[in-house]
Write a protein that binds this ligand. Structure first.
Ligand code: MN
Length: 313
């Protein structure tokens, strides 16, 4: 896959030593239960990115000038567990190189590895999950690393906030924290979720976006589409606010399941990724040094998130 630079940017800006941003593709689709194809997501995303204008009108910036290094794809797929380990290792490696680390999947199980890495490098981590599905099962089809379990570990070890949820199994109700869950049917009639969810975030926020959080009318190319999802501008307004008020330490985008006939979803994913980078670096000059402020915590940070940590900076 690694034949070009991200979005066709000049090679000088794509070198690891010059880049503040790292993009790790994870073309993994080992546990999906409905439509297969999330393994094709990263390539479709990269193809769409190459055909995208690189000036962001809204922020009046060209964020690619901060430098984007396209890392080697994580292709380990002998088991869900070894894939998660490989994603964890790659993510942590680049966090420790003081980069702004982003990951493009692949199905949602890859986020078990990305979240674990960020949680080991940041105190009081909030995980903001935008998703149609709760993904809170402790294990599914014999594995704790199934896509249906994507945020179970995060629910136990981080300050997990779930936004856009509209599909779940009754067994997940016992794990879900209702105070920190924003259901799509409620969001549709009352926009208090925006302020309320941001108030619940600690300063360090990792964002995991399952593209099925969007309405299938604008994002049909995903493994498990669900009606009643988020639209483009409300999502951007929300993300813009999160980036402005919090220290977003990284993000992943998952579950692009490309469709040869309609490529608009690939472009939505490409634009979403670029918008998020634009919001992150909106106020920093390309010449400014970047410090991602990571810390090294004890390796197995599996203690339950401390409620006293909430709202603290
Ligand atoms: Mn998901």
């Amino acid at each position: 896959m690694k034949t070009n630079t991200y979005a066709g940017i000049p090679e000088e800006l794509a070198k690891l030593e010059n880049a503040k941003i790292v993009l790790i593709p994870v073309p993994y689709d080992g546990t999906s239960t409905w439509q297969k194809g999330a393994d094709k997501g990263p390539q479709a995303f990269l193809n769409a990115s190459e055909n995208m204008e690189l000036y962001d009108i809204e922020t009046e910036t060209e964020v690619y000038k901060q430098g984007v290094y396209l890392a080697e794809s994580v292709t380990e797929n002998s088991s869900p567990e070894t894939m998660v380990d490989a994603v964890h290792t790659a993510t942590k490696k680049y966090i420790k190189k003081n980069k702004f680390v982003t990951i493009f999947g692949g199905e949602h199980s890859i986020s078990i590895g990305t979240i674990r890495a960020f949680n080991e490098c940041y105190n009081s981590l909030t995980v903001l999950q935008l998703d149609a599905h709760a993904d809170l099962r402790k294990s599914y089809e014999g594995s704790t690393c199934n896509h249906a379990c994507a945020v179970y570990e995060a629910s136990q070890t981080t300050n997990l906030i779930q936004v856009g949820i509209r599909s779940m199994d009754v067994s997940e109700t016992t794990i879900m924290d209702n105070d920190k869950t924003y259901f799509a049917h409620e969001m549709a009639i009352n926009d208090s979720w925006i302020e309320s969810s941001i108030d619940q975030m600690t300063n360090n926020v990792f964002i995991t976006i399952d593209l099925d959080v969007f309405d299938p009318s604008i994002m049909p190319s995903t493994g498990t589409p669900e009606p009643g999802g988020l639209l483009w501008y409300e999502t951007l307004d929300y993300l813009k606010q999160v980036f402005k008020e919090k220290n977003v330490v990284g993000f992943d985008i998952v579950e692009l399941c490309p469709n040869k006939i309609d490529q608009s979803s690939d472009f939505l994913a490409a634009k979403l990724y670029y918008k998020m980078l634009s919001y992150k670096f909106q106020y920093s000059d390309a010449e400014d040094d970047f410090d991602n402020d990571y810390i090294t915590k004890s390796k197995n940070n599996i203690s339950k998130f401390n409620k006293d940590d909430e709202y603290e900076y």
